[in-house]
Ligand binder design. Structure first.
Ligand code: F6R
Length: 602
C-alpha cells in the first residue's frame, strides 16, 4: 500500500526520500517517484517496480542546498502500475503525492477538463494538483488555493503538494489516511508512518483528520475547519521495529486490527453499482468453463474451502478444493473445461506452485489469488487477482485469509452474473453485505477486553474443538489452525454435524468447544449439535448473535443480516482468542516455533 515521505531543509534530499521510502517498502508497492524543488527548479523522477529502479534513475542527481522534496511509493488502485500513474503527479508548476481515495475525483476531473485542463494519468490523485493550479490561476494566494482545494476533496487522503509558485513550502492535508510531521531544528519531515523519520527527526506531531497547513521556515502552520490551531510536539521513538507495529504488541495484532481497512482496498474499484468488476479478468476467459478446482495450503486452503460453498450456491458451478501437497501425487484427472485456481498469500508456496504447473501442463486455464505481485505463482498463472492485503508480517495469517475470502466471494458473484444464476434481489443483498464487511471487521475495546478476560479459562484442558456448519466449517478449521499455531495447544476444526460420528467420545469438562452459531445459517441444527456436547459436560464457548443458555462462555456478535457478515465478525473473534491465549502462555506470537512465513520447500 502507498507510502509518503516529504522534507523541507538544507540536507541532501534525494537520500532522505529514498531512505524513507525504503522504510515503507514492507507495505508493498508497484512504482515509486520523487520530486524536488531547489533554486526554484523542479526535478522529478519515477520508476515502475522496486526502489532500486528509482535509485538507478536518480544515480547522477544530487540536491544540495535549501529545497523542498516529496516522495511516494504507489500500490496501484485507480489505473495500472505505470510511470504515468506513479506519483508525484505534475500540474504545470506543482507536484502532488497522495495516499487514500478521492471519492469525488470524477466529478472534479470533469469540471477541470471542462475548463481546458488535460489529464495524463488514470489516477484520482492528479485531480488535486490541477485543482490547486486552477484556483491559483484565479489570483488566489498559493495557500488560499490549497485550502480551497482541500475543501473540495471528498474521501480519505493524506497529501503533500509543492509548487514553483512558492518554492520554499510544502502544503499538507490529512483526512482518513495517516500522516505525521517530524521536527529536527530547522528541518521538517513528513511521512505516512514513523519509520522513515526515526533517526532523523527528534520530535513528531501526528496529524488529525481534517488538519491541513504548510511547512516553511523550519516550522508548520496548522489549520482545521475552525481556523489556525496550536499543536504539541512529542518525542519520537528511536526504535524502528516497535514503530512499525504502530503501538500494537505484535504484528499479528496489528494485522487483525487492519482487516477492516484493507478490506476496503480489496473491494476498491471492483464493486461497480450492482455488479462486480475485475479489471484482471474478461468474460472470454471464463467461456467454456464448466467447473472449478482450487488448490492451496493451510490458511489459504481454508478460504478456498469456504468459497466452494459460494461457487456452488451462487454461481451453480461444481467446485472441488484440494490440498496442494495431496493433489500433486494423486495422479489427478484434469479436464480442460475446469478453471484451475490457486490461492496463496506469499505466491511462493512450493506445493501450490507445483500443482499449478501440473494443471498448466494438462492445458487448464489458471487463475491465482495472491497477495504478492510478481511472485512465482503470479508469474506462472494466466490471470491473477491480487488481494491487496499489504505485507503480512505475523507468521499466523489473518488479513491474508480475510482478503482471500473476500476476493473469492466477489469472484463467485462475478461468475454468477456471467452464468446468469443470480437474481437481482440476491445480487443486491450480496453487494450490500460486501459493502458492510469493513464494519463487521472492526475490533472494539470492549470485545477485545472481554476475550482477554475469558481467555484465562482456556490455557489448559485436553484440547479444543472448533465447530461450525456450511461456510462456518472452514472457518472452524481456520480458528483451530490459528490457535494451534501460536498457542501450541491441540485444536481441531470439525463440521458440527460430524461430532456424533466419533469425536463426541472425547467430550468431558476438559474438552473446550468453540461453537460458531450464526443466526443466518442452520442455527437450529448447530444448536442441537452443541446441546449434544453440553449434555456430555463439554465446556462451551458459544459465538453467536443469539443468547445461548447452555454456554459456559458467550460472545455475542452484532452483524447478523448476512452469513458472510457473521463469518467475518466470528473470524475476528477467533483470531483475537488465539492471540490472547498465546500471549497469556508467554509465546512468541509473531514467530511461533517451527513455522516459516513462506514455505518454499515441499
Ligand atoms: C497459517 C499460514 C499457513 C499458510 C500456508 C500457505 O497461518 O499462514 O498455513 O496459509 O503455508 O501459504 P501461502 O498462502 O503463502 O501459500
Amino acid at each position: 500500500m502507498c507510502g509518503i515521505v516529504g522534507y523541507v531543509g538544507l540536507k541532501e534530499k534525494k537520500e532522505i526520500l529514498l531512505d524513507g521510502l525504503k522504510e515503507l517498502e514492507y507495505r508493498g508497492y508497484d512504482s515509486a517517484g520523487i520530486a524536488v524543488i531547489e533554486n526554484k527548479k523542479l526535478s522529478n523522477f519515477k520508476a515502475v517496480g522496486k526502489l532500486e529502479n528509482l535509485a538507478l534513475k536518480t544515480k547522477n542527481y544530487l540536491s544540495s542546498g535549501f529545497g523542498v522534496a516529496i516522495g511516494h511509493t504507489r500500490w496501484a488502485t485507480h489505473g495500472k502500475p505505470t510511470e504515468l500513474n506513479a506519483h508525484p503527479h505534475l500540474g504545470e508548476k506543482s507536484f502532488v503525492v497522495h495516499n487514500g481515495i478521492i471519492e469525488n475525483y470524477q466529478e472534479l476531473k470533469r469540471k477541470l477538463q471542462g475548463s481546458g485542463v488535460t489529464f495524463v494519468s488514470q489516477t484520482d490523485t492528479e485531480t488535486i494538483v490541477h485543482l490547486f493550479e486552477y484556483y491559483q490561476k484565479q489570483n488566489m494566494q498559493p495557500f488560499e488555493a490549497f485550502e480551497k482545494t482541500v475543501d473540495e476533496l471528498e474521501g480519505a487522503y493524506a497529501t503533500l503538494l509543492i509548487s514553483e509558485v512558492e518554492p520554499d513550502t510544502i502544503f499538507f492535508a490529512k483526512n482518513g489516511s495517516p500522516m505525521l510531521v517530524g521536527f529536527d531544528d530547522k528541518d521538517i519531515y513528513f511521512a505516512s508512518s514513523d519509520t522513515p523519520i526515526i533517526g532523523k527527526a527528534k520530535e513528531v506531531y501526528y496529524l488529525n483528520d481534517g488538519e491541513y497547513g504548510y511547512a516553511k521556515d523550519g516550522n508548520i502552520k496548522l489549520y482545521d475547519k475552525n481556523g489556525e490551531k496550536t499543536f504539541t510536539k512529542q518525542p519520537l521513538s528511536k526504535d524502528k521495529f516497535t514503530a512499525q507495529k504502530d503501538g500494537y504488541r505484535f504484528f499479528m495484532e496489528k494485522e487483525i486490527y487492519e482487516q477492516s481497512r484493507v478490506m476496503s482496498e480489496t473491494m476498491m474499484g471492483r464493486i461497480n453499482g450492482n455488479s462486480i468488476h475485475f479489471e484482471e479478468l474478461d468474460q472470454e476467459f471464463l467461456n467454456g468453463i464448466d467447473s472449478i478446482k482450487i488448490c492451496a495450503c493451510g490458511t489459504s486452503y481454508h478460504s478456498a474451502l469456504a468459497s466452494s460453498y459460494l461457487f456452488e450456491r451462487l454461481a451453480r458451478i461444481p467446485c472441488v478444493v484440494e490440498i496442494a501437497s495431496e493433489f500433486r501425487y494423486k495422479e489427478p484427472l484434469l479436464d480442460k473445461n475446469t478453471l484451475f485456481i490457486t490461492i496463496s498469500q506469499s505466491g511462493e508456496t512450493a506445493d501450490t506452485l507445483e500443482a499449478l504447473k501440473m494443471a498448466k501442463r494438462a492445458g487448464l486455464k489458471s487463475l491465482s489469488i495472491c497477495n504478492v505481485d510478481n511472485s512465482s505463482i503470479v508469474r506462472e498463472s494466466d490471470k491473477t487477482i491480487l488481494t491487496r492485503a499489504g505485507i503480512e508480517k505475523g507468521v499466523a495469517s489473518t488479513k491474508a485469509f480475510a482478503t482471500q475470502t473476500m476476493v473469492l466471494w466477489m469472484l463467485s458473484i462475478y461468475m454468477a452474473i456471467h452464468r446468469k444464476t443470480i437474481s437481482q434481489d440476491v445480487l443486491t443483498g450480496e453487494i450490500n453485505a460486501m459493502i458492510h464487511t469493513p464494519k463487521a471487521l472492526l475490533v472494539n475495546d470492549e470485545l477485545h477486553t472481554k476475550i482477554h478476560r475469558l481467555s484465562k479459562r482456556y490455557l489448559h484442558g485436553h484440547g479444543f474443538f472448533f465447530i461450525g456448519r456450511d461456510i462456518f466449517y472452514p472457518l472452524a478449521l481456520e480458528g483451530a489452525l490459528k490457535l494451534k499455531e501460536i498457542s501450541y495447544l491441540h485444536a481441531e476444526g470439525y463440521p458440527a454435524g460430524e461430532m456424533k460420528h466419533g469425536p463426541i467420545a472425547l467430550a468431558d469438562s476438559h474438552l473446550f468447544t468453540v461453537a460458531l452459531m450464526p443466526r443466518t445459517m442452520h442455527y437450529e441444527k448447530i444448536k442441537s449439535n452443541v446441546e449434544e456436547l453440553s449434555a456430555r459436560d463439554a465446556t462451551i464457548l458459544a459465538i453467536s448473535p443469539m443468547p445461548f443458555d447452555l454456554a459456559d462462555d458467550f460472545i455475542q456478535t452484532r452483524y447478523d443480516s448476512h452469513p458472510m457478515l457473521e463469518f467475518f465478525e466470528m473470524m475476528v473473534i477467533t483470531q483475537i482468542l488465539a492471540l490472547e491465549i498465546s500471549i497469556r502462555l508467554g509465546n512468541d506470537v509473531d514467530m511461533p516455533r517451527n513455522l516459516a512465513k513462506s514455505v518454499t520447500v515441499e
